[in-house]
Design a protein around this ligand. Structure first.
Ligand code: ADP
Ligand code: MN
Ligand code: MN
Ligand code: MN
Ligand code: MN
Length: 364
């Protein structure tokens, strides 16, 4: 499985450094496949350097090979919607996030960006900001967490969170390479840390406004998968990769509106939390790709989570569904943190649901 990781990367450099004609730019079109959680990508050459995704042509792919169409009518359209610099090919080459559409122009089942964008446009006066904390686990070729003993388990949790040292953290090269690659690409990555379970890490993206949050997070996930591929390591976004006394993986969603960020904004934060409380089940269904089933393994009420069936909120409480950071409580303004989304959530669905519930009062 790690054959490509074993290829001589210094040899590849020779080709990467070849001069590229001005009228040939490689565009990696990226989309979410039929699973709603894994990404696919394929490349085409364009004869100009695009300044935005809008300038790029609509394309298509074989949807019958991605769980998105029947073989007899298999073309799915790719519409470019967001663009980043390509940190792998460098130069003028691009990564292009695309929406997917069926032959008749309708969105595919896993194109949740389309609706998210409409909702964010309706809510634009509120200036919704998001910051996502993407947790993930590195796995070796055997599917076992990277760096864990082949038989058995590492010592119990405690020393690993934000840890340093060869006995505390596993796979830092990947984390650092990913951070650099995101910055080069133009992804708004805002930090990283080692997590509570060894071989588990986190990166944060944001604050991003509206639909940009989903675009930037999916781009960051794509880049992470590609970096890990170079190292022959597998990235798991499973919300509870290891059963037992090991932390799961989430994708906490930090959120604020213009009013929440202003003096006295805590009032609006509290109002929003009351609305979220009333729609707890609805949100839980949208916070993982299996309607809450994946998150049920993670949101047990232990390991810094609230139980999936209960809604709770509190200042500085990491065992609550929604946390108001201590500093926000003290300053009386700022943002809140929805701790429920699973690591494999679709950020378009999560951000859309939060905005619908808290500012648009869309109670369907
Ligand atoms: P935690 O203490 O929960 O681990 P992190 O530092 O990992 O928090 O992540 C905090 C996130 O909150 C970052 O992604 C940051 O961009 C985001 N954030 C900060 N301020 C705001 C705000 N006003 N609105 C929305 N998100 C914000
Ligand atoms: Mn072909
Ligand atoms: Mn964090
Ligand atoms: Mn974390
Ligand atoms: Mn958090």
């Amino acid at each position: 499985m790690d054959y490509s990781a074993k290829l001589d990367k210094s040899l590849f450099k020779k080709y990467l450094e070849l001069e590229q004609p001005d009228d040939m730019v490689q565009c990696m079109y990226i989309w979410i496949d039929g699973s709603g959680e894994t990404l696919r990508g394929k490349t085409r050459t364009v004869d100009f350097e695009p300044k935005s995704a809008k300038e790029l042509p609509v394309w298509n792919y074989d949807g019958s090979s991605t769980g998105q169409a029947e073989g007899s009518n298999s073309d799915v359209y790719l519409r470019p919607v967001a663009m980043f610099r390509d940190p792998f090919r460098r130069g003028k080459n691009k990564l292009v996030i695309c929406e997917t559409f069926k032959y008749d122009g309708r969105v595919t089942e896993t194109n949740h960006r389309n609706e998210c964008k409409k909702v964010m446009d309706r809510a634009s006066d509120h200036e919704p900001w998001f910051g996502l904390e993407q947790e993930y686990t590195l796995l070796g070729q055997d599917g076992h967490p990277f760096g864990w003993p082949k038989q058995g388990y590492p010592g119990p949790q405690g020393p690993y969170y934000c840890g340093i040292g060869a006995d505390k953290v596993y796979g830092r090269d990947i984390v650092e390479a990913h951070y650099k690659a995101c910055m080069f690409a133009g992804v708004k990555i805002s930090g990283t840390n080692a997590e509570v379970m060894p071989a588990q890490w986190e990166f944060q993206v944001g604050p991003c406004v509206g639909v940009d949050m989903g675009d930037h997070l999916w781009a960051a996930r794509y880049i992470l998968q590609r970096v890990a591929e170079d190292y022959g390591i597998i990235v798991s976004f499973d919300p509870k990769p290891i059963e037992g006394d090991w932390n799961g993986a989430g994708c906490h969603c930090n959120y604020s509106t213009l009013l929440m960020r202003k003096e006295g904004g805590i009032k609006y934060i509290e109002e929003a939390i009351q609305k979220l409380a009333k729609r707890h089940q609805h949100h839980v269904r949208l916070y993982d790709p299996k309607g809450g089933k994946d998150n049920r393994r993670r949101l047990t009420g232990q390991h810094e989570t609230s139980h999936i069936d209960d809604f709770s909120a509190g200042v500085a409480n990491r065992g609550a569904s929604v946390r108001i950071p201590r500093q926000v409580g003290e300053e009386g303004k700022g943002y809140m943190e929805d701790r429920r989304p699973a690591s494999n959530c679709d950020p378009y669905l999560v951000t859309e649901a939060i905005v619908r519930t808290t500012v648009l009062d869309d109670w369907d």
